[in-house]
Write a protein that binds this ligand. Structure first.
Ligand code: MET
Ligand SMILES: [Zn+2]
Length: 340
């Protein structure tokens, strides 16, 4: 199953239909690698594992598929050519690393489909989901602020001197390489401001052959993290033909319903939602602070409401785990009935 033809929109609606109306996105990726012991204190963050622990990357993808995810996102969130070059890699080697992030996710999908074919049950006794279904690989692209790793990913503040052409040239080659990598779509994640959304939209118009989604983050339930208007950001996504879904990630669950309502006012494209656990990230301490986190059951208690008011792709971001994804699957009537 791919979305890579001229008509990504039709294919997305087809995918959603085959997924039972709501598709499930995976959960936190980098934080899950950390939970398995990876040390990601590095400017490359999760992409460091593309250099050191490819087996773990593949395993985490598989864990999410076995938890019920219909879409897995590659380990390329913070994989930038500039970031690899700063570590002494050549341009060719850096591009090969981006390709590798997609190859590993595709391998996990193949292994998963084999396991499904070899299993007579849609469920194993230890609670794994082995149901043959369409799976998409989304090539993750984090923001310029994520590359800077200085907290601007959550402030959206790139300074007054920032301009559109700079951001386009920063992202261009990575987006081109990922678009040719065999991924089904590009996931622009945690987009912190309007100028970066505009840069992505213009890049997509430069002959990029696969569709994309735009996912913004918010810290007040009203605007995106920079203070730019969410509706203006979502309008940029709406006007771009290559964009097949718009939504929110890495934002506390309590803000989500309000954000869905704002997005819905300006687009008819499918809305995607993958909040974090609600804990806050302290950029100075480089730690998650467990003051406002919600347990999986509470997170999951919101999910049906998000779908009722308009979300059609739901998953989790930082600090959510395969257990969160399993719980999302169990709570969605369309998913749980097909598992019985
Ligand atoms: C800071 S948001 C990170 C998003 C990325 N997909 C991950 O889960 O690692
Ligand atoms: Zn996150």
């Amino acid at each position: 199953m791919g979305l890579n033809n001229e008509n990504g929109e039709t294919l997305m609606s087809d995918f959603l239909r085959k997924s039972g109306g709501v598709a499930i996105i995976d959960g936190g990726f980098a934080t899950e690698l950390e939970r398995h012991g990876a040390d990601l204190n590095d400017p490359l963050w999760s992409a460091k594992c593309l250099l050191t622990s490819t087996d773990l990357v593949r395993q985490v993808h598989l864990d999410y598929l076995e938890a019920g995810a219909d879409i897995i996102m590659t380990a390329s969130y913070q994989a930038t050519i500039q970031g690899f070059e700063a570590k002494g890699f050549s341009k060719e080697e850096s591009e090969a690393m981006l390709q590798k992030s997609v190859d590993i996710a595709c391998e996990a999908r193949n292994v998963y489909h084999e396991r499904c074919c070899n299993s007579e049950m849609n469920f194993t006794s230890d609670g794994k989901i082995l149901k043959n279904r369409p799976i998409l690989v989304a090539a993750s692209v984090g923001s310029y602020g994520a590359y800077l790793a200085d907290g601007s990913e959550y402030s959206g503040d790139y300074g007054d001197a920032m301009d559109l052409e700079f951001l386009k040239s920063f992202h261009r080659r990575r987006v081109q390489v990922l678009a040719e990598s065999g991924a089904d779509l590009i996931a622009f994640e945690t987009v912190p401001n309007k100028i970066e959304a505009q840069a992505y939209a213009e890049l997509l118009e430069e002959g990029i052959k696969i569709p994309a989604w735009f996912s913004f983050n918010s810290k007040d339930g009203v605007n995106v993290v920079s203070g730019d208007s969410l509706t203006e950001c979502a309008k940029i996504a709406d006007s771009c033909k290559k964009v097949i879904a718009v939504g929110i990630n890495c934002t506390p669950p309590r803000f989500i319903s309000c954000l869905i309502k704002s997005i819905k006012k300006v687009t008819a494209k499918p809305i995607l939602i993958y909040p974090n656990s609600g804990e806050t990230y302290d950029a100075e301490l480089k730690q998650w602070v467990q003051n406002t986190g919600v347990p999986d059951e509470d997170f999951v208690s919101y999910v049906n409401n998000w779908c009722e008011i308009g979300a059609s792709l739901v998953g989790g971001c930082c600090r959510t785990t395969p257990n969160t994804i399993k719980a999302i699957c169990r709570t969605l009537p369309s998913k749980s009935s097909s598992m019985a």
